[in-house]
Design a protein around this ligand. Structure first.
Ligand SMILES: Cc1cc2nc3c(=O)[nH]c(=O)nc-3n(C[C@H](O)[C@H](O)[C@H](O)COP(=O)(O)OP(=O)(O)OC[C@H]3O[C@@H](n4cnc5c(N)ncnc54)[C@H](O)[C@@H]3O)c2cc1C
Ligand code: FES
Length: 274
């Protein structure tokens, strides 16, 4: 059993829970995730390790209420238990001192890009964060991102806060300025996490400028141990499993169309239980 210590609504769609889990907290690294199973009847769902406190033995999970299980998890209260949490899973993000790294997060992807941004900062990089949401009230973790980024740019689709438009618009502006400049260099890496369409747009953009780009893929996962094949994706023309080979992959080599299609495989069944 894993006790929920704290629960906070970050906005009407996104809930943060802090859960007692000393073993996972002791091993957690940026880019990794857990699989949670709420109770005997619960399905397995993957959630990114959004933060952890090794001293207190706690992990933070941030979930967007999109369907049956995320809504059930978000309805739990402090003091309630989650029956199983398995992790940390997946390869940690490769963190090194590269010079300058742009960390791009969209929607609930901001929760996932935060620990990665912090790890790149701790490794000595200059970190530029570009985070976006549909509107101001849906933007999460601005303060936490500010704390770990040397520069933080914010976008909202409706222009209610920060730059009006998408994270890719701001990224494009940066890359265009660098292209024309003799003083500034392209970042060594762009790391992007968010909706598939956003990760695809970031990857297509950076490919034009030849900037290495890593994306964190979110295929449907069941066992998350490489046994069921549910999370298979195509990267560089080869089949990979998001759970054990990823979740980080070279964005320039991902077949995003296939990923998008596979994410919709069970939509009919999901609608029945919503
Ligand atoms: C490595 C990884 C990390 C993730 N981290 C987070 C996170 O930190 N916060 C967060 O809010 N979401 C995260 N997700 C997505 C989250 O797992 C899904 O939103 C959740 O499983 C949806 O379940 P549901 O029953 O609420 O919704 P459903 O109605 O069952 O599904 C809604 C949509 O979510 C996706 N989905 C459904 N089941 C799964 C599954 N087992 N695995 C992956 N995607 C699924 C499908 O696209 C589906 O159409 C992550 C996914 C992956 C693969
Ligand atoms: S989730 Fe089953 S192989 Fe990855």
């Amino acid at each position: 059993m894993y006790k929920i210590i704290e629960k906070k609504e970050l906005n009407q769609e996104v809930t943060e829970i802090i859960v007692e889990s000393p073993l996972i907290a002791s091993k957690a690294k940026a880019g990794q995730f857990v699989v949670s199973i709420l109770d005997d009847t619960g399905e397995r769902i993957p959630l990114t390790l959004a933060d952890w406190d090794r001293d207190l033995g706690r992990i933070t999970l941030i979930l967007q209420k999109v369907g049956f299980t995320t809504k059930r998890l978000a309805a739990l209260k402090a003091g309630d238990d989650i029956e199983h949490i398995l992790g940390p899973l997946g390869h940690p993000t490769e963190i090194e001192n590269l010079g300058e790294v742009y960390c791009v997060g969209g929607g609930v992807g901001i929760a996932e890009v935060y620990p990665v941004s912090r790890a790149f900062k701790d490794a000595g990089n200059r970190v530029v964060g570009i985070i976006g949401a549909r509107s101001k009230d849906l933007l999460i973790l601005e303060k936490k991102m500010k704390d770990v980024c040397d520069e933080l740019l914010i976008t909202t689709d409706d222009g209610s806060y920060g730059h009006k438009g998408f994270v890719t618009d701001v990224l494009k502006d940066f890359l265009e300025v660098i292209e024309k400049s003799t003083q500034t260099k392209y970042p060594a890496l762009v790391y992007a996490i968010g909706p598939v369409v956003m990760m695809q747009a970031v990857s297509e953009l950076t490919k034009v400028y030849g900037v290495k780009t890593i994306v964190s893929l979110n295929p449907v996962m069941v066992d998350a141990t490489g046994m069921c094949g549910s999370c298979r994706c195509t990267v560089d023309g080869k089949t990979v499993f998001g759970c054990v080979d990823g979740p980080d992959f070279d964005g320039h080599k991902v077949d995003f169309k296939e990923l998008e299609k596979r994410l919709k495989l069970f939509v009919t069944q999901e609608r029945k239980v919503k």
